[in-house]
Design a protein around this ligand. Structure first.
Ligand code: 13P
Length: 251
């Protein structure tokens, strides 16, 4: 049995005051015991969040890491080693906002994925198609190619210590959620692609769905056989809403 995971990606949100408020809210949520709950604050707030969540059974991850581990001359970057030292356990790799707005390529993301693991973090690889790609019938081709870039470079074994998040770009921040069936179809294809290489790894890896998940639609999505939880954007900034989504994963 795969243990569900609900992860909150705070993106570029949060001031000291709003983070303190959110931490207070999260601390008073009743979270289900059988679910891994993670939040991904901006790196600026990572230590504050780790301190604030002491005793709350919520792990903390980062939204990005450098392509290199350790320390060195790389202005503006933060390595997986430094993030792990600060207390992070996971890191997002390949979010569509970084692929599309920052311009990160599959090649760069493979290096970040590798650096994440080398520094002691669990990468959460984000993949997903745009609306144009879906409408052109290319969803599985695009997602398959994004996944292959990591499998081909690092081997299937890399997914024994990783999480995958399927986030259709058209569903992110738009209020348009993939239907449970649409999401399940892609999740099943992802797992099948991994299974061609190694069925044990494929059965063990957690596949999260992301894209306009709310308390109102979470239970239906999480009820699908290959959806093991969610990667939540906007709704993770509200403690009550996020708590309700976590509880939906526990049922
Ligand atoms: P929303 O939940 O705001 O659509 O964002 C999803 C997302 O991008 C999480 O990484």
């Amino acid at each position: 049995m795969r243990r569900p995971m609900v992860a909150g990606n705070w993106k570029m949100h949060g001031t000291r005051a709003s983070v303190a408020e959110l931490l207070k809210g999260l601390g008073s949520e009743a979270l289900p015991g059988g679910v891994d709950v993670v939040v991904f604050p901006p790196s600026l707030h990572v230590e504050r969040v780790i301190d604030g969540l002491q005793g709350a059974s919520i792990e903390v991850g980062a939204q990005n890491c450098a392509t290199q581990t350790g320390q060195g001359a790389l202005t503006g970057e933060i390595s997986s080693t430094q993030l792990a030292d600060a207390g992070c356990k996971l890191v997002l790799v390949g979010h569509s906002e970084r692929r599309q707005v920052i311009g990160e390529s599959d090649e760069v993301l493979v290096r970040k994925f590798e650096a994440a693991q080398a520094g002691g973090l669990i990468p959460v690889l984000c993949i997903g198609e745009t609306l144009a790609e879906r409408e052109a019938g290319k969803t599985l081709e695009v997602v398959g190619r994004q996944l292959s870039s990591v499998i081909d470079a690092l081997g299937i074994g890399a997914f024994a210590r990783a999480v995958i998040a399927y986030e259709p770009v058209w569903a992110i921040g738009t209020g348009l959620t993939a239907t449970p069936e649409q999401a399940q179809d892609v999740h099943a294809a992802i797992r099948a692609q991994l299974a061609v290489e190694n069925s044990e790894v494929a059965q063990g890896v957690r596949l999260l769905y992301g894209g306009s998940v709310k308390a109102a639609n979470a239970a239906e999505l999480f009820g699908m056989p290959d959806i093991d939880g969610g990667l939540i954007g906007g709704a993770s900034l509200n403690a009550d809403e996020f708590g309700a989504i976590c509880r939906a994963a526990g049922n």
